[in-house]
Design a protein around this ligand. Structure first.
Ligand code: IMP
Ligand code: MG
Length: 180
């Protein structure tokens, strides 16, 4: 698997250290609120697990499933809902957690969908934000890392459903992406 990688962008220690800071910000914000964390499947699972271990406050956890990238590195445009929210979030403080804010299309849609369910507050938290002019004007409240506009894998992020289990974030070698 390592042979497929070009360079490591964010190392394991760097990620874990940043999560300490981010969790502290979230603790201050939510400790006296009624937090429901909504993870966006599947890319956010590693981020959520590491983040919530550091957040010793009362909270609920649910997941929403959407699929937008169909096995490639370019967006398909369509967003398919693959898992609905199970918990009632009306009057709760909702924090949506996702792996990456790329064009913003996915989080824009999710924000509107959850907003219609009547939460008391609604904020967004992403592991990565790409440094590009975003097509959608969606306010992202918490960002762990800002990265250049490159396709990355690891720490939950996939290329064709692979590499999610890497504990760091890396770019792929061109040959791997080019194999079609
Ligand atoms: P957006 O809607 O363009 O903001 O991106 C939506 C989804 O595309 C993310 O939730 C990821 O699943 C996927 N994605 C975007 N950039 C990357 C990347 O660099 N690596 C892996 N998946 C990505
Ligand atoms: Mg995703």
């Amino acid at each position: 698997m390592r042979d497929d990688l070009d360079k490591i962008l964010l190392g394991e220690n760097q990620i874990q250290q940043r999560l300490d800071e981010l969790a502290e910000e979230l603790r201050v914000e939510y400790e006296h609120k009624d937090l429901t964390v909504v993870g966006v499947l599947t890319g956010s699972v590693m981020f959520i697990a590491d983040l919530l271990k550091r957040l010793p406050i009362r909270l609920r956890l649910d997941y929403i499933g959407v699929s937008s990238y169909r096995g490639s590195t370019a967006p398909s445009g369509d967003l398919v809902l693959t898992k609905k929210l199970g918990l009632d979030v009306r009057d709760h403080d909702v924090l949506v957690v996702d792996d990456v804010f790329d064009t913003g299309a996915t989080l824009g849609r999710i924000r509107r969908m959850i907003g219609e369910l009547g939460p008391r507050s609604l904020k967004l938290c992403v592991f990565l934000e790409k440094e590009i002019p975003h097509a959608e004007d969606v306010p992202v409240d918490y960002v762990a890392f800002r990265i250049p506009n490159e396709f990355v894998v690891g720490y939950g992020l996939d290329y064709r459903e692979r590499y999610r289990n890497l504990p760091y974030v890396a770019t792929l070698r061109q040959e791997v992406i080019g194999e079609g």
